[in-house]
Structures are given as C-alpha cells and as structure tokens.
Design a protein around this ligand. Structure first.
Ligand SMILES: NC(=O)c1ccc[n+]([C@@H]2O[C@H](COP(=O)([O-])OP(=O)(O)OC[C@H]3O[C@@H](n4cnc5c(N)ncnc54)[C@H](O)[C@@H]3O)[C@@H](O)[C@H]2O)c1
Ligand SMILES: [Zn+2]
Ligand SMILES: [Zn+2]
Length: 341
C-alpha cells in the first residue's frame, strides 16, 4: 500500500509498504483521515528516524476487530496512539501519559507501529475508541490534539477572570486558547511569529488579541497590557525564544505550562523563573478520560474544532503541506490527509 515515510531532513517519500496482517488481537482499520501534527514537523525537520510512517491523529473504519469483541467491521473509531504498559503505578492511576512505555511503540511515532499516513493501519486493541455517528471524520481526527490542549488547560488551573497568554497559534495553541476561555479567563492573548496565524486566532474567536512575537517591543507591551504579566502562560512551540518569552510574560507568582516539545536541549533564562517564583509545569498528552471528554464535547457541540481545519490533501501532497506549514507565512493550521484522495 502507498504510505508516506521520512526519507531525510525535511524530506518524505511515498513508499510501497506491506499491508497490516490480522493477528487476532490488533484492530485493523481503513484510514479515513489523518491529521498533520506539529510533533510530526519536528521529526520531518530532523529527518529521523528514516522510514517512519507518521500519523497519530486519525479516524478509521474497522476492517478487522481483532480481540475487541465489542467492535464490528464498519465501526468508525479513533485511538489513543500510545503504548502504556498497563500495570505500572502511572497506568494503574489513570495516567498512562507518565508510563515509561507510553511512547515506545506509539502509533505513528515508532518504526514498529506505522501510523495513518497510509490507507490502512493496525492498532493496539485496548487503545481503540468507537466514536458516535454524529461527528465527522475530520472531527474524529481532531480529537487527539484537542485532548492535548484540554490536558494543558487542566494543569494550568485557570481561575475565573484570569489573564492568559498562549504562545504559538498552531492547533495546540488554538485549542488551549479555546479551553482557557471556557474555563473563565477574562482575557486570552496569543503570541505568534506568523502574522497570518496570529490574526486567525482572533478572527475565529479563540483569542481576544494577538501579539506579534517578532516586534522588539513585544515584551514591554505584554507587561503594560496586563499590568505586570499574565496569570497563566501556555507555551505551545517548544523553541528557546518561545519558552523564554513564556517565562518573561508571566506575572510574579504566575504559572507557565510547557506543552511545546523540543527534541534537543534548549537554553532558557531560568533566573526569571526563580526571581518571579513561577510555577512551571510540563504537559504531555492526556489521560484516557480527557480523550473521551473531547469526543463528548465535540459530539455534544460544546466545542467547535472544524474552524481549525484548513484543508485536506492526498499522500502526494504531504511534502508540500509540511513546507507550507513551516513557511512562517501561511494561515493554514490543521492540514488533514485523506490517504485515498
Ligand atoms: N505536550 C504534548 O503532549 C504535545 C502534543 C502535541 C504537540 N506538542 C507540541 O506542541 C507544539 C505545538 O504543536 P502544533 O501542532 O500546534 O505546532 P505548530 O508548529 O503548528 O505551531 C507552533 C506555532 O508556534 C509559532 N511560533 C514559533 N516560534 C514562536 C515564538 N517565538 N513566539 C510565538 N510563536 C512562535 C509558529 O509560527 C507556529 O504557528 C509543538 O512543539 C509540538 O511538538 C506537544
Ligand atoms: Zn500530535
Ligand atoms: Zn505503565
């Protein structure tokens, strides 16, 4: 089957990969839609690991339910793309995101579990979740990044009336901004280096204002606008300038949630965190409960995720889509892949 795999630094190739074979346990699906994630961009940027077929945000149709007797051929599903061990203290307390095995065999993030940048995929049965008929394939594929934002916001513990800054208006930033408002923040700003994305955050209504992170006066503006800094800052980029700006924008005693991922070590001014006595929290993935909550919120129309969807492309357009998403000028946010397009 045709699949998109990493070939080298910023380079994909469309390869002919073997189709998954039923093993009596795994759930096999035909992929309907697969989202391109900012984390996928980090792998593409690094060119590693060669041969990786990504795609961990997806909607599929069951073709073989494996050991899941509650599923049948034709059911529409998504899955937590992770591989927790199931028996460590983290797993037993409902926090598979802390499990040491969670990313080892993650779907679309490990060589042994190819992801949804392909027409078919094989999924660990206990991670598969059946979705209601009322949500579209695109919304189903958007559940995973939505859950990342919800988890970050839960950790941020936003008080009613709080002033919140989200750094970066990719999907993680936009979803976090959306949930910050839902939690009762009185002012939500988004900072961006890409003007088109910054403006979009405001036009789709998740942010009250966008701040130009390239403007040399950006930091002074932040402090003036908030009378001393934001109560909560959610960092959704992972690079050194972004994390540094997150620390500087928080008020003394404020909270900074780090959701952005950097694959390597970065240099940041920890003295700011010390002198302002900031609370720094990392946020990774989601709990199973948060993942299910996002399905319910979308199904019950309590949140709208389709405004974040920019377009749907075929496998041959994945390389161009990554180039567009990293251009720094495009207002596209979530680009979805339809492997049969
Ligand atoms: N913690 C988790 O569980 C988790 C899950 C998914 C993604 N991520 C990470 O979250 C980050 C965001 O993901 P995404 O899909 O939204 O990515 P994305 O690449 O679409 O968005 C990042 C945005 O940050 C902007 N940006 C870059 N430098 C900036 C700066 N200095 N100031 C302000 N904005 C800046 C970029 O222009 C871009 O729009 C990535 O690092 C990704 O790996 C984390
Ligand atoms: Zn992702
Ligand atoms: Zn575990």
């Amino acid at each position: 089957m045709r699949s998109v795999a990493i070939k080298g630094v910023k380079e994909f190739e469309v390869i002919e990969a073997p189709e998954p074979i039923a093993d009596g346990t795994s759930v096999l699906v035909d992929v309907k839609k697969s989202g391109i994630c900012g984390s996928d961009i980090h792998y593409w940027d690094s060119g590693q690991p060669v041969g990786l077929v990504m795609g961990h945000e997806f909607c599929g149709i069951v073709t073989n339910p494996g050991s899941r007797t509650d599923l049948k051929v034709g059911d529409r599903v998504t899955a937590l793309p992770i591989s927790p061990c199931g028996h460590c203290p983290a797993c037993l307390t409902g926090n598979p995101q802390y499990c040491r095995e969670t990313w080892t065999h993650a779907s679309g993030l490990s060589l042994d579990h190819p992801g949804a940048y392909a027409p078919k995929m094989m999924i660990r049965p206990d991670m598969v979740i059946k979705v209601p008929d009322t949500i579209t394939d695109e919304e189903v594929a958007m559940v995973e990044p939505t859950a990342v934002g919800l988890h970050a916001i839960h950790l941020a513990d936003i008080k009613v009336g709080a002033k919140v800054l989200v750094i970066g208006a990719g999907i993680i930033g936009l979803v976090s901004a959306m949930f910050a408002k839902k939690e009762g923040a009185s002012f939500v700003a988004v900072s961006e280096t890409n003007e088109a994305r910054g403006r979009k955050a405001v036009s789709i209504g998740v942010a009250d204002e966008w701040l130009n992170a390239l403007d040399p006066n950006f930091m002074n503006d932040v402090i003036t606008k908030t009378n001393g800094g934001f109560d909560v800052v959610i960092e959704c980029c992972g690079n050194a300038p972004a994390v540094s700006s997150a620390l500087v924008s928080a008020r003394p005693g404020g909270t900074v949630v780090l959701a952005g991922v950097s694959l390597g070590a970065i240099s940041i001014p920890t003295a700011v965190a010390v002198t302002s006595e900031l609370t720094l929290k990392g946020a990774i993935a989601y709990t199973r409960e948060e993942f299910q909550t996002c399905i319910d919120l979308i199904a019950n129309k309590q949140i709208q995720v389709l405004p974040f969807l920019s377009k749907t492309v075929g496998l041959d357009e994945v390389q161009a889509s990554f180039e567009e998403l990293t251009s720094g000028t495009s207002d596209s946010v979530k680009i979805m892949i339809d492997p049969l397009k």
